[in-house]
Design a protein around this ligand. Sequence first.
Ligand SMILES: [Zn+2]
Length: 477
Amino acid sequence: MADKLPTRSDDFSSWYTQVILRSELADYAPVRGCMVVRPYGTALWENVQQALDRRFKATGHQNALFPLFIPMSFLEKEKSHVEGFSPELAVVTHGGGEKLEEPLVVRPTSETVIGHMYSQWIRSWRDLPVLINQWGSVVRWEMRTKLFLRTAEFWWQEGHTAHATYEEAQEETLKMLDVYTDFAVSEAAIPVIPGRKSESEKFAGADASYSIEAMMGDKKALQAGTSHNLGQNFARAFDIKYLDTNNELQYCWTTSWGLSTRMVGAIIMAHGDDQGLKLPPQLAPIQVVIVPIWKNDEEKSKVMEVTERVSAMLGQSIRWKVDTRDEVTPGFKFNDWELRGVPLRIEIGPKDVYKHQVVLARRDKLGREGKSFVSQDGLLDQVREMLDTIQAELHQQALKFRQDNTHYPKTADEFKSVVQDSFAVALWCGQRECEAKIKEDTKATSRCIPMEQEESHGECVYCGEPATRQAVFARAY
Ligand SMILES: [Zn+2]
């Protein structure tokens, strides 16, 4: 085995990168800032995709595929959109050996090209709403990159919808925020705070942006999904109109919402420990690893017989794998699967064969505490129950960590000190200048203005201006 992992408390950033490289989730690509998602990471992402896709379809959305290239002029049609994205565009100027008449942008997001198509597809109120999602990758030229969190190309889904009224668009925006919240909590076991973004943090071209915000293991915040009410901004820029029931032409109201491979980074940082990944059973590519243990051929044949019976028992309903490697010791295998975050390990040795039992070892509780001896009879139910328990406890643990590291400062001085190393929740005026000052003084930004909050009136914790809403501030990824 290579050197020990850096510990999280010594160097969280290098722990994060080393866990990804050693567990073979991803690797660096030859082009600076790009990443290769390896099979193990892709299997994890596919489970994220499936869990989300089920929810999208259940809420009436369909998938479609739009092109990678967008005419440069499209981006220029929406003023704040182009301002927001132009610094990070990758532009294609040549094709087939010739200079192109108009440069093409490699999509940084697809509002413009999808808006263009919607303007052709939508004619009357009968065509609405249009509810489409796309799975794909986008490119934003980032200079400072980090695997899964910020790479030049990343994978995601982007939903794009068009509606007849503002109310319907707003309902959709919040519905998808709820879908993301439900996914994060019940699949990724990550507690999140759904809320509205401040003016300076909102999406380029949106009327209002919403996000789910999560606390990572180093107490920094990570925006794990966003949902935008685009108002009529893109409808006006791209001429997306419909004839209403009075036969009058109206502009549509559109939304967009996205969740990306950043979520994989969130899963790593919210749950991982000094031994490596700790994957939530719902999303783990391998939920159970079976390690047979023997010393000689006679033991081997007995142990393997039980191993086969056990794996047949787990059948199709559990994602399991048997580690039959001969060239490494059981101890090596334990460490290896702990690094890769497999939630549950089943050990089967000669003694277990004799006692008609197996050993269950939990990834989230290492050592004696997480070990139990269970009968081979009824094992499937035991395993299912154990995986459910692990899933629930991962969420509880992450929630407790966030609660223990959330403070409610009452003065600017107190705010400055707690926001360095925790979430600071406080009354805030919501003004751009105030936020800019906070960022300059503390490097923290407003993460969101939580949807759920009590009525309150008072003074902004930082500038003293009147404030009616609480906001969450933190240093963020
Ligand atoms: Zn203020």
